[in-house]
Design a protein around this ligand. Structure first.
Ligand SMILES: Nc1nc2c(c(=O)[nH]1)N[C@H]1C(S)=C(S)[C@@H](COP(=O)(O)O)O[C@H]1N2
Ligand SMILES: [Mo]
Length: 150
């Protein structure tokens, strides 16, 4: 089945923490942060793609979300829901996006193969441990931290 790419390009990213506080990042804010490149095989279009972006856990840390040694006990039922402008949503466990716990990288990319994301918006969430890119989110505009079992 084909994907239409008809969704509205994202223009900012809002992170909602568990306590209801939110942090908004513009493309300029993200561009100013330290970047990491990841090369991934996109099994959907069968090509290697090199994304550059900011490690999601760094953005979560800035938003006050528990990290590293703080991820223990009840925090293991906390998740992050990433949403695109077309309302496509995916869930990751917080532990899965914490590099001190889980292998691989989850980044909020702002470029691919040296150019801007175009129809994929200002931001795209990409992760390196997926066998198919279903939990990548084009036109990312919101990350909500949720407690699945409060
Ligand atoms: N915003 C948004 N992101 C999305 C989707 C979507 O429908 N909307 N589909 C997902 C699925 S199922 C796949 S296979 C990949 C395909 O992305 P591509 O066509 O950009 O390679 O995007 C993922 N990210
Ligand atoms: Mo897919």
């Amino acid at each position: 089945m084909g994907h239409t790419h008809a969704s509205v390009p994202s223009t900012q990213l809002v992170i909602h923490n568990l306590d209801g506080k939110s942090t908004t990042l513009t493309p300029e804010d993200l561009a100013a942060l330290s970047h990491k490149s990841v090369t991934v095989f996109n099994s959907h279009n069968k090509t290697n793609e090199t994304y550059s972006g900011v490690v999601l856990s760094e953005l979560l840390r800035k938003a006050g979300v528990p990290q590293g040694e703080e991820v223990r006990g009840r925090i293991f039922t906390v998740g992050v829901i990433a949403r695109g402008t077309d309302q496509y949503r995916v869930l990751y466990a917080l532990a899965e996006v914490d590099p001190s716990i889980h292998t691989g990288d989850v980044i909020v990319a702002d470029s691919v193969d040296g150019h801007k994301l175009g129809n994929d918006g200002a931001f795209k969430m990409v992760s390196t441990e997926e066998k198919r890119p279903a939990r990548w989110v084009r036109n990312l505009e919101e990350i909500e931290v949720v407690d699945v079992k409060p």
